[in-house]
Design a protein around this ligand. Structure first.
Ligand code: IPE
Ligand code: IPE
Ligand code: MG
Length: 247
């Protein structure tokens, strides 16, 4: 599909990949089949992002709250993450993608932590799309670790409390070197943030679709981009002000 004459593309797209379980249940399958089917959609989203020249794609794969799921599902998700990291590296390199995992990885098994580090190292030369996988990530966790780091600097005398401003807080967050997300997509019909990037999405355009993640194909991805291209981002200004800047 043509992206509807889109001229403005998002630099950073962040996606809550939701609806795998319901996709599977609807077919009389176990929830895990939905997660497996979702890996294919990850692949197609990466391909679409590369095709459009998107700078950053962040995918929410496992939240800091998802540990509350049945132990069996959690461990199957960890296995799937492990296998996908191993299998996809070659394809990522071919597409010039740099992989990065954000979130508290210390909670993962030693083996998974090593696999993550290896996949990051293997793709470190990628100069195209940055693919961020948010795993054991939570927006509140991100802000908490930033605050803790700043508090430590104050305690050791490296920082005056008065020097703490928004940009300093931003600089302590998980991906301080990348732009904030321009477009947020959530599949699966729910219209909530579920503790994703709270600070960084202050001005992100929100797009919700009923499609379950395994059904979110290339056309659906392009429709989300087309939606974005029609938004006027005002950042607190009036439509007239923004219009005169855009001209
Ligand atoms: C999202 O799909 C994947 C993860 C949270 C890991 P869900 O597993 O939440 O699917 P639904 O929402 O139950 O359908
Ligand atoms: C959000 O989905 C997290 C991920 C997609 C990884 P959930 O399915 O866990 O969100 P809630 O619990 O419905 O809000
Ligand atoms: Mg869900």
């Amino acid at each position: 599909m043509d992206v509807d004459g889109a001229t403005r593309l998002p630099r950073h797209i962040a996606i809550i990949m939701d609806g795998n379980g319901r996709w599977a249940q609807q077919r009389g399958l176990l929830r895990h089949s939905g997660h497996k089917a979702g890996v294919k959609t990850v692949r197609s989203s990466v391909e679409q992002s590369v095709k459009h020249g998107i700078a950053v794609l962040t995918l929410f794969a496992f939240s800091s709250e998802n540990w509350k799921r049945p132990q069996k599902e959690v461990s199957l998700l960890m296995d799937l993450f492990m296998v996908a990291l191993q299998r996809e590296v070659k394809r990522l390199k071919k597409n010039n993608v740099r992989l990065r995992v954000i979130g508290d990885r210390s909670a993962f098994s030693e083996k998974l932590q090593q696999r993550i580090a290896a996949a990051e190292a293997d793709t470190a030369e990628g100069s195209g799309l940055v693919l961020q996988i948010a795993a054991n990530y939570g927006g509140r966790w991100d802000i908490t670790q930033a605050v803790r780091s700043l508090a430590t600097k104050v305690k050791t005398g490296q920082l005056e409390p008065e020097a703490i401003d928004e940009s300093l807080i931003s600089s302590e967050l998980s991906f301080n070197d990348l732009p904030d997300p321009d477009l947020f997509i959530r599949t699966g019909g729910e219209q909530r943030i579920s503790n994703f990037m709270l600070w960084q999405s202050a001005y992100t355009e929100l797009y919700f679709t009923d499609a379950y993640w395994p059904d979110f194909d290339a056309d659906a991805f392009d429709r989300a981009i087309a939606f974005y291209s029609h938004r006027q981002r005002r950042f607190g200004m009036t439509a007239e002000q923004v219009g005169s800047v855009e001209k």
